[in-house]
Design a protein around this ligand. Structure first.
Ligand code: ADP
Ligand code: ASP
Ligand code: MG
Length: 385
């Protein structure tokens, strides 16, 4: 069994949902879906209005978002029966969101609001598959995905509950479930942080001992740099788990930074694939890939802009275009310089703290004997031990 996760843009419109439906039918796998793109941002916006006690602002966003979904329904389903079922689904979730515009709004209510995006997208996809004659089954993430008292996923609980739920549907053609959402140790609705559907997929893969975890998105795999910032990047075909984790940690949005660990620990390969170009090979991440072969790195937008300005000034001053190699070297030099500055600043900080410590101990020595706090260690012991 494989785990296939589709991100927000992959299910961002009725047409895209139809495309995903084609990709997932035929094999008995677990499909993890994000909310349709833009939805979680809108839910955050609604929550912000409610925190600021502005129900009118919230209602405006809620109505706009609901209208969008009614539009998707018209495009996605072909029969009146399923259009009706989907309208009921949307009405149920939006009625629920609206209940929060009337009462006190806290972190707890926000988590419930944020969960609606994935509940809607999976509900819609499941109905669409059913309309197409596929016996897909919706497995509610809120029934098995759980974090412990340290807000870390609880793999034992997840495995036990998920395996049981899957066993209850032996005749299912395939399973659909929500990414991102979970319950916390107290049973309250919670989430795995923004972008956390990748993490859900990895945790599910680990729980069922999946053959492979596929992360389907809007780009043909992990690129050798951030394509949102750097021009002409290209996909990396193979990566070791540790290299992928490092790139994700430094901002490669294609992969949620925590997502790698459960897959790595359970030795389950992760494949990054492009929904818009399903035949492209994408990126294979595994423990088998030789480390250090890939020249990929993730640069922050701020640093990139600064280096770009600096190198452009250089080009102007010397009246020539820099080669790509010179550009990359400049980028690395600037990054090293930044790291050095950070190190110096940290050292200055430490020095300042030591000076402060000395001042305090001199002040203590000047104090009256009554003011001196008793400690187990005498100053001599501390200095000469
Ligand atoms: P999804 O909605 O499918 O989870 P994301 O938007 O979270 O997709 O991640 C995909 C995006 O990650 C790409 O469209 C790309 O702009 C961005 N990205 C940032 N760094 C990289 C990288 N090194 N390689 C590939 N994509 C990257
Ligand atoms: N829908 C959530 C988000 O936008 C989770 C995800 O897409 O991974 O952050
Ligand atoms: Mg993502």
């Amino acid at each position: 069994m494989k785990v296939l996760k589709f991100g927000g843009t992959s299910v961002g419109s009725a047409q895209r949902m139809k495309g995903v439906a084609k990709l997932i039918t035929g094999e008995r796998n677990i499909v993890v879906l994000s909310a349709m793109s833009g939805t979680t941002n809108s839910l955050v916006e609604i929550s912000d209005y409610l925190y600021k006690k502005n129900p009118d602002g919230a209602n405006e966003v809620i109505n706009k978002l609901a209208q969008k979904y009614y539009g998707h329904i018209e495009e996605l389903y072909s029969t009146d029966e399923y259009k009706q079922k989907a309208k009921e689904l949307i009405k149920h979730h939006f009625d629920h969101i609206r209940t929060f515009t009337k009462d006190l709004f806290t972190l707890f209510e926000e988590k419930v609001v944020l969960a609606q995006g994935e509940l809607i997208s999976t509900g819609m996809m499941n109905l669409y598959l059913n309309e197409c004659g596929v016996n897909s089954v919706l497995i509610p993430a809120l029934d098995y995905m759980r974090t412990d008292k340290n807000a870390e996923p609880d793999p034992v609980y997840i495995k036990e509950k998920l395996v049981k739920l899957l066993d209850e549907h032996k005749d299912a053609d395939l399973f659909i479930t929500q990414g991102y959402i979970c319950r916390n140790a107290y049973g309250e609705i919670d989430n795995l942080q923004r972008g956390g559907s990748d993490y859900s997929a990895s945790l599910i893969g680990a729980a069922i001992g999946a053959e492979e975890i596929q992360i389907w998105t809007d780009i043909d795999g992990m690129h050798n740099n951030d394509p949102r910032i750097v021009e002409k990047t290209s996909p990396v075909r193979h990566l070791h788990f540790e290299e992928a984790a490092e790139l994700a940690y430094f901002g490669a949005k294609i992969l949620h930074p925590t997502c790698i660990l459960p897959a790595k620990l359970n030795n389950i390969p992760v494949r990054l694939l492009n929904t818009m170009q399903p035949e492209a090979p994408g990126t294979m991440i595994s423990n088998m890939t030789e480390k250090g072969k890939t020249l990929a790195f993730q640069v922050s937008e701020e640093l990139f802009q600064r280096v770009k300005e600096y190198l452009e000034a250089y080009e102007k001053a010397y009246h020539r275009r820099l080669t790509q190699k010179e550009f990359v070297i400049g980028l690395i030099e600037q990054a090293l310089e930044e790291a050095e500055e950070e190190f110096e600043a940290a050292r200055a900080d430490e020095y300042e703290k030591q000076i402060e410590g000395c001042r305090e101990s001199t002040a203590d020595e000047d104090a009256e004997p009554d003011d001196i706090e008793e400690t187990d260690e005498s100053p001599e012991e501390e200095t000469y031990a």
